[in-house]
Design a protein around this ligand. Structure first.
Ligand code: FES
Length: 173
């Protein structure tokens, strides 16, 4: 039997989408924690990463997340004017806007990166933003930089998977 045809991997399920939420130690993490304490439901494919302040988030860390195949990044900090390090969240906002522009330039799409400002009591808003991010990455499709193994264990970048060929703007030859 010929082994020339690679077996396409299955289409991604909801659980296959991977999202990181970088949360500052104060308001944002407290909001995420409160959402958990209140047993508010949000998608399980979101991993919360704890930061001292969003101003401490390096651009390299965000880019590395996308390089490694993360589908969406949410950055959650204190309300504007409420950062415990004064202007950390404002600096983060400027840096993230630069990264969003870069994501557009390289074709990943700026919507994969979102910043949200929260108070410690805004657990429902945290959950809403997470749900919005999941909906966004599902609409955009898997990160094309993500490499997964097909049924034979062969690495297949998301951009070469069959569903990527049916993405908006794709043409058949
Ligand atoms: Fe929360 Fe700076 S301490 S954003």
């Amino acid at each position: 039997m010929s082994d020339n045809h690679a077996t396409p991997p299955p289409a991604p399920t909801d659980d296959d989408y991977k999202i990181i939420a970088f949360c500052c130690n104060f308001c944002a993490y407290a909001a995420a924690d409160l959402a958990g304490a209140r047993r508010m439901q949000y998608p399980a494919n979101v991993r919360v990463v704890h930061l001292p302040c969003t101003g401490k988030l390096e651009m390299d860390a965000v880019l590395a997340a996308f390089e490694r195949g993360i589908d969406g990044v949410l950055v959650a900090g204190c309300l504007e004017g409420g950062c415990h390090y004064l202007e950390g969240n404002l600096r983060a906002k400027r840096r993230l806007e630069a990264i969003r522009n870069l994501l557009d330039e390289i074709g990943l799409g700026r919507d994969r990166l979102l910043m949200v400002n929260l108070s410690a009591a805004m657990a429902p808003t945290f959950v809403e933003r997470v749900q919005e991010m999941v909906a966004t990455v599902k609409r955009l499709g898997p990160n094309p930089l993500r490499v997964t193994a097909n049924a034979r264990g062969v690495a297949v970048p998301a951009a070469r998977r069959p569903e990527a060929c049916t993405a908006k703007g794709a043409t058949s030859t």
